[in-house]
Each structure stands twice: as C-alpha cells, then as structure tokens.
Design a protein around this ligand. Sequence first.
Ligand SMILES: C[S@@+](CC[C@H](N)C(=O)[O-])C[C@H]1O[C@@H](n2cnc3c(N)ncnc32)[C@H](O)[C@@H]1O
Length: 244
Amino acid sequence: MKNQVLYKELAKHYDLVYHWKDYKKEADKIKKLISRYKKSDGKELLDVACGTGHHLSFFKNSFSCTGIDINNKMLKIAKKNAKKVVFRRANMINFSLNKKFDVILCLFSSIGYVKTYLNLKRTINNFARHLKQGGIVIIEPWFSKPKFKAGMPGMTTYDSKYIKIARLNDSKVKNNISILDMHYLIAEKNKGIKHFADRHELGLFDIKKTFNIMENFGFETKFLRGGLMKDRGIFIGIKSYLLS
Ligand SMILES: C[S@@+](CC[C@H](N)C(=O)[O-])C[C@H]1O[C@@H](n2cnc3c(N)ncnc32)[C@H](O)[C@@H]1O
C-alpha cells in the first residue's frame, strides 16, 4: 500500500474530501485565542503543515503569513487558495526559517504525523526556536491512545455532477501509533473510476505528556477541551519571556 497518497496523487481531491470543514469558523475561533493569549506585539504568523492553505486565506489580511508543508502538491494548491502568503516546503521536525514568529499554528491533527515522542520533542523545540518571546503556539492534536477508537469503520463521501468520491477507512493500533487504511473510489467525468489505497500513521500522544514536553521547552501551557473539533481539544503554549 502506498504511503499517504492523499497528500500526493490525491492532493487535488483533498478539498473535496474535506468539503465539510468550516475553515472560516475555525479561523475566527483561533483569532479569539490569539487575542486572548498572545503577549508579543507583532503580527507574524506561521501555519505548520498548512495543507491546502484554507486557514491562511482567513489570516492573510490581518497577519503577515507564512505556510510550510512537507508536500509540494499540497503547497501548489495552497498557493492558489491563499495568495500573497509565503510558502516553503519543510518538515515540521527540523525546519529552519531564519525568522521568528508571533503565532505558530499546527492544526487538524497534523502533529500526529511526527509519530514518536522523540520527534514530538524535536518539533516542539523547533516551534519554541521560531517564536518570539510572548508569542504563542496553537496545536490541534490527534487522539490520545484511550480516545482513539481502533477498528471502527469510517466513511466519507463527496457527490457532485462531475466527480463522486467514496472513502472507506479501517484502523488499528500498533504500539503507540494509529494506522489508518483508507480506500478511495473516485468517479470523474470522462475519466472512469479509479481506486486508491492510502495508509496514514499518526502517533497517539498522551495529553499530559504533550503538556509536559511543551512546559519543558519553555511554554506556559493550557489544554482547552473545547477546541476546533468537538473530540480533539487544543493546546495553547505561550513562550516565556525568560527564554530567548
Ligand atoms: C490533515 S492535513 C492538515 C492540513 C491543514 N493544516 C488543515 O487544517 O487543513 C495534514 C498535513 O500535514 C502535512 N504533513 C505531514 N507530515 C508533515 C511534516 N513532517 N512536516 C510538515 N508537514 C507535514 C501533510 O502534507 C498535510 O498537508
């Protein structure tokens, strides 16, 4: 099974698969969190694992925005969805942008893709390195192990005149990693029907352990249960004034 074709061959269908997502509503909620918790004065915002750039399209008029993602195909679409935003291809675990930000976002559970606690530590350290004093990081996590419902079949569909998509998924847990197998059937006008199988592996990080890692890297940390999606919560980390 190919790994993560959703972000490669299927990147052009990503926005259809997630057509139900209300990016404006999420961005409005994030803006409120930024106003409430950010202590630095500037307006430099970095969206890590920005995907197709929809959140950025709602931030670009009030912030100076940068987006990074590991996947070129997603970035190509993001450039169309969020004009006037700077995009770079980079891995969240080890990116180095030579710039500090007031806000770093890492949304829709993208943090899970780092898979291990060692990589989670590297990533959060990297977020801290790229933040100004008093700047904030907002992380929407993937599920913790007890919250992840392995083995439950899932289905997502998209239906329009010219393209129809059905995705069925199955999942399992191996050690501390959730493994999601997704099968896509895509029927497109004059293109017949294609089948893709896609595997995603995401770390099941414990909320308390993530909280402690953030504190260890100098963040005053909060976990808010009412996040963007009702089942995931959200981490807010404010970079301490004592660290440079
Ligand atoms: C579920 S999508 C979320 C996209 C976007 N943040 C959103 O909310 O719609 C996950 C994204 O993470 C990206 N990604 C996965 N691993 C990454 C890594 N190590 N560094 C940077 N981006 C990564 C994928 O390419 C994909 O665009």
